[in-house]
Design a protein around this ligand. Structure first.
Ligand code: AKB
Length: 313
């Protein structure tokens, strides 16, 4: 039987789906969901839940001891667009939560950690096309700075203290179960909701802004597969590049038009354009493919099919 797992930030976009999937795989009682607020009824009713502040070390330690937690997935974070508005709050949340979990692992109170990084670790001086695993990283956003620092700390805790920490650099994630909150890639979820509701969408990113994206099922599969891989296969202890598909707002609109021919898109770029312009447009994820067998399954048209079908229901 798998040892108990704690998910911190379980009510967010990734956390919700990760909780369902891990509960399916390891049994509901083995997966403790936690967040600073309660989540959807479906999530709250699917297994144990604790209200938990990711920045409160002793509260996390109490939950870890109480449930005899072995693995922690730390999904709580402030995303790129919101972090530009609240830089110090973002820094405190994104860094203190990570230190809390790394220190619990250093003290051998837990044995494995998953922590999400992001394509935001890259910056305007990074090669934009097929961005390599190791390259220039000069993030120009608060969120990107916190994720890049986090990566350095993960690698440091692994090398110095033997902490088994694993991470991927998520691209923009597209899902129908939970809305994203405060990200720059959120347009790629909103557009499907608006296509069904009003038949049109005003994009806050410009028409030819190409970004790396991924359907949530692929992201969850990547996360669990990385955590299931033998430790010796995991050579990268900062964070792995992870790619699914790349597209622009126009590409999504064209894909939606195959189902809703009258769909209209317009463009009104706001402050998030500058953030998007500093990020890669495509990612080289060969290290993840070679070291732990990563392979994406969903392209843009398959994502559109899934999104429209499920949102309609
Ligand atoms: C964001 O837009 O901030 C996130 C991310 C790419 O990490 N979706």
């Amino acid at each position: 039987m798998h040892k108990p797992i704690l998910i911190i930030g379980a009510c967010g976009q990734i956390g919700t789906e990760l909780t369902f999937e891990l509960r399916n795989k390891y049994g509901a009682d083995n997966v403790i969901a936690s967040d600073i607020r309660e989540g959807s009824d479906a999530l709250m009713q699917s297994g144990p839940f604790e209200l938990l502040d990711a920045t409160n070390y002793s509260a996390i330690e109490d939950v870890v001891m109480h449930y005899e937690i072995d693995e922690v997935y730390l999904m709580a974070a402030m995303l790129s667009a919101t972090a530009e508005k609240f830089p110090m709050r973002a820094w405190n949340l994104n860094m203190n939560s990570l230190f809390n979990i790394l220190n619990l692992a250093k003290e051998k109170k837990i044995s494995k950690v998953f922590w999400p990084s992001s394509i935001a670790v890259f910056g305007p001086n990074t090669p934009k096309e097929n961005t390599p695993q190791s390259t220039i990283m000069e993030p120009s956003t608060v969120y990107g700075i916190s994720k890049q620092s986090g990566e350095r700390w993960c690698e440091y805790y692994h090398k110095k203290y033997g902490v088994d920490v694993r991470s991927v650099r998520y691209p923009g994630l597209i899902s129908w179960k939970t809305m994203p909150g405060g990200g720059t890639t959120d347009y790629a979820v909103e557009i499907y909701h608006e296509a069904l509701k009003t038949g049109s969408y005003e994009s806050f990113l410009d028409k030819d802004t190409e970004l790396p994206m991924m359907y949530m099922d692929d992201a969850i599969r990547a996360t669990i597969s990385l955590m299931d891989s033998p430790s010796e296969n995991i050579k990268v202890r900062s964070s792995y590049n992870l790619a699914g598909m790349n597209f622009t707002p126009v590409d999504v609109a064209e894909s939606i038009k195959k189902h809703i021919p009258d769909f209209k898109i317009s463009f009104a770029p706001d402050f998030r354009q500058e953030i998007a312009d500093s990020w890669p447009s495509s990612i080289d994820d060969s290290a993840a493919k070679e070291e732990w067998g990563w392979e994406p399954r969903f392209d843009l048209d398959q994502t559109t099919d899934e999104m429209l079908k499920n949102l309609k229901e």
